[in-house]
Design a binder for this molecule. Structure first.
Ligand code: FAD
Length: 437
């Protein structure tokens, strides 16, 4: 154990939120000699990258989760945590269901057969894809809309047939509300072309979170589950004096927040925080989501990732997670799938039961088969992802004298992966360490 961590007078930092950015920040701070307390409102760590038990002692991500082969920041962390050697890699397939046919919108051959686009627009669409892959700097597309971008690099038909429905599936936004730099950056990643990683007989993100926990605790840090941040006490200059975690008030030297801003803001209002802080964070809107895991007696989709474009289903996509991690298959479950429905936060029109019924009914419609799951497991994640609408601004890494910010909501316009979320946590933790040393 480093000497500094033995010092009982060492500085105390509250890390707010136990998602991957909070865990990465907490480990960095603990390694830097700080006493860290991680407060997580839910019963598990990992946040959006959390995991749940499914029948037969298996464990799966609440949402689908693959290791994106090009996510260098994630690979660095897995390496540091001695997990990289357990990762298996697989080339996966992404397909889009259009009029009951699976097509690959990254394959020139399939695009040439995509009848919903006029002939000339098929070429324009492919040209847009190629141009995205060659573009590294997306700054000139910041504060501009997806509509402007797609019309400029392809045409209106491409926008209406492909990108308008995709933006709706992802954020529930119209294409002239969604941000062009975000979309371009995402396309330039060509996610479906990189191999995807997984850890056999495990949920890789759960393994990663548990390893973070083990290391944080071995450095004297504490992770408090079922413990929401309930209040922050600020002095007149806006310095954090203490935080109320659950029912306990704890004096701290600094706080590093990774809680989604829509959950933090009411607490800052209560704390009479400077109006500038509320302005910075108040503009950040989040999606919430329904996530349904199911074990099926048949394999409904050929590919790991199927997007439903025409007709649209209640869910935007199906991740056949056992197609990537084959160790999830059992005698009964020939496939384990994750179906995902994004919702604008606050819109929660269904009960879980009703949602399950709608999913099963849509699953039968899109597959044309009478599928009866062996089991289903449904979750609602309240704040799952920031909505990158046009004009999105990352808040600063430091809000007041000792209140720091990190998390996925600070990574625009990068591709929103676990790697980028953790990189944000590490970067802010390093800033804090520098300020205090
Ligand atoms: C469905 C889905 C699939 C994804 N798939 C992949 C993938 O395949 N590969 C990949 O690399 N990335 C993937 N991502 C992205 C990645 O999971 C996220 O970017 C990352 O997990 C975000 O981490 P975070 O710590 O910034 O935020 P969060 O995970 O949102 O963490 C915030 C934490 O704060 C907690 N919290 C909220 N309010 C309070 C409060 N009052 N007090 C205390 N705690 C509170 C929350 O419970 C949560 O744990 C996916 C994301 C989603 C949503």
């Amino acid at each position: 154990m480093p000497k500094k961590t033995m010092n009982k007078f060492r500085k105390k930092v509250a890390v707010l939120g136990g998602g991957v950015s909070g865990l990465a920040a907490a480990l960095t701070l603990a390694e830097g000699g700080f006493k860290v307390i991680v407060a997580e409102s839910s019963p598990y760590i990992g946040g959006a990258a959390g995991s749940v038990g499914i029948p037969d002692g298996r464990i799966a991500s609440i949402g689908y989760h693959h290791i994106v082969g090009s996510d260098k920041r994630l690979l660095e962390v897995l390496n540091k945590l001695d997990l990289i050697s357990r990762v298996n890699w697989k080339k996966i397939h992404v397909s889009t269901l259009v009029d009951k046919k699976n097509i690959d919108l990254a394959s020139p051959k399939d695009v040439m057969l995509f009848k919903r686009l006029p002939f000339i627009s098929r070429f324009k669409y492919m040209f847009l894809g190629a141009r995205c892959m060659l573009t590294k700097d997306w700054s000139s597309w910041k504060d501009r809309t997806v509509t402007e971008f797609v019309k400029s690099w392809a045409d209106e038909k491409v926008l209406q047939a492909i990108f308008a429905p995709l933006v709706d599936i992802k954020f529930g936004l119209l294409s002239d509300q969604a941000d062009a730099a975000w979309l371009g950056r995402r396309l330039s990643h060509a996610e479906g072309r990189t191999p995807f990683g997984f850890i056999p007989c495990a949920s890789w993100n759960e393994e990663m979170c548990q390893e973070f926990k083990r290391r944080i605790e071995s450095l004297g840090g504490e992770i408090m589950l079922n413990t929401p941040l309930n209040a922050i006490a600020l002095d007149k200059k806006g310095k954090v004096k203490s935080v109320k975690l659950g029912s306990k008030t704890i004096k701290v030297d600094a706080a590093l927040n990774t809680i989604p801003p829509p959950a933090l803001n009411p607490i800052l209002i209560e704390a009479k925080a400077p109006s500038r802080w509320l302005r910075v964070l108040g503009g950040i809107k989040y999606m919430s989501c329904y996530s349904l895991l199911a074990g099926l007696p048949t394999v409904p989709f050929r590919d790991y990732w199927t997007v439903f474009l025409y007709p649209r289903a209640i869910f935007g996509g199906c991740f056949s997670i056992s197609n990537l991690n084959h160790t999830l298959i059992t005698k009964k479950d020939k496939a384990v799938i994750n179906l995902f429905t994004n919702l604008e936060y606050g819109k929660r029109p269904w009960s879980l039961k009703k949602y399950e019924e709608m999913v099963i009914s849509d699953l039968q419609t899109v597959t044309g088969k009478k599928i009866r799951p062996n089991w289903v497991k449904t979750n609602i994640i309240k704040f799952v992802s920031p909505i990158f609408s046009v004009g999105y601004k990352n808040p600063p890494a430091k809000l007041g004298e000792n209140l720091y910010l990190a998390g996925i909501y600070r990574t625009y316009p990068k591709f929103s992966t676990t790697g980028e979320a953790m990189a944000s946590g590490i970067e802010t933790a390093n800033l804090l360490l520098k300020d205090f040393n």
